[in-house]
Design a protein. Sequence first.
Length: 459
Amino acid sequence: MKSRPRLVAVANRLPVHRVGGIYPRWVTSPGGLVTALAPIVRKTGGAWVGWDGSTERKASPFTHDGIAIRPVSITESEVESFYNKFSNQTLWPLYHDAIRTPIFDRKTWRPYVEVNSRFARAAARTAQPGDWVWVHDYHLQLVPAMIRQIRPDVKIGFFLHIPFPPEELFAWLPWRKQILQGLLGADLVGFQTYAAVRNFSRLARDFTTAEGTDTALEYEGRTVAVNAFPISIDFKSFEDVARSRESSEAGALIRQRVGVGRKILLCVDRLDYTKGIDARLQAYELLLNSGRVSVDDAVLVQIAVPSRERVFEYADLRQEIDRMVGRINGDHSVPGRVAVHYFRRNFSREELIAYYRAADIMVVTPLRDGMNLVAKEYIASRVDSTGVLILSEFAGAARELRRAVLVNPRDVEGLAEAMVTAIRTPVKEARHNMNILRMQVRRHDVFEWADQFLRALQD
Ligand code: ADQ
């Protein structure tokens, strides 16, 4: 790590956000990416290029906690066209199995190119000779090639946090060639899973002049390395909080409040149609309707943080979940015992960990997910090695977390069955599986992820 060149991180969002009214100040934003990258950027004397989330004022470059912050501005109309539309109504659904129909609107492509070019110019200005530039995620897929054009002297890495779809879906995209060429501008393209590596390399060979194997493509006289780097969490920091007396007491209080003796099935998601919240509620409703589980035996706790609320599909989903929870509770709750506890708001990390500690069963059932960090956070928080994880086969995390109860999230009956299996799992068996899961996540934490990526970039 000592000999590493300066690292310039490029991501849609900066690692800091502004708080306070009259005397605003910048504070570090929470989240896995910031936790993993900020120490390396700081240690190498590097910089972070990103948007500060505001369209009102243009922030000037500044230094925060040893990191050179280089804000990129985005206008109100670009938030709509580049972010809400092209990124979140075209790319996001297309890359997630077209769970919602992607919108292909050529008026939003121009702003995507324009904003990508602004990020690339900012990165090129910031990078010094010999620096490494690490670009992140689906909002910025044109940036690698754009940086290369201005600064062929820097090493460029790209990591995609969401799935990369198979040819049958990606080929729908009218701008498929441009996106592939944008990504091929990198020296190393990283994905969450090997399936994504295969999809990308096949598409690159089919739609561009790239040739070669899945992990080494020859393109315009250079070799582009492609590989899987499953992202993870800061295991130790979750474990440390979970081990604290406060967390243990908060967890016990939650258990006491929902009713001692009831099994807690916990779900924590961004309110997003990819997360399978509706199918999961249907499965639980099926169990209650069939009488296999009653409100005396169990309670489902759904914590959902609203996101992308200006996008129609998200407002629609929110209403649908509201209705479903209302129906299930209307049909099944009894005085003092609701069937589903629904929290539609942001929780602090400490609060989340208290819920992870309280939950007998964690239900993570996305229809498609790049990785899913919630599953790993639950495992890290189970410091007493108890608890059962139900995990969708279609989350990237399912490749590693083989000791979870793996389910097809669209199979509502199968999912209901998995909930019963989880509720009835003997403690000894649960503990055995949880120990193996904990070892897996402890070994492969987010610092290892960043290190592996940067080592591969060096080669
Ligand atoms: P996301 O789709 O946002 O990330 P995920 O990996 O599950 O999905 O991360 C969600 C984060 O939000 C977790 O850290 C979780 O603790 C937090 N969170 C969820 N609900 C919350 C609530 N109510 N209050 C507070 N925090 C809450 C994208 C990809 C994923 C990939 C990550 C990282 O879609 O597949 O794992 O990036 O690469």
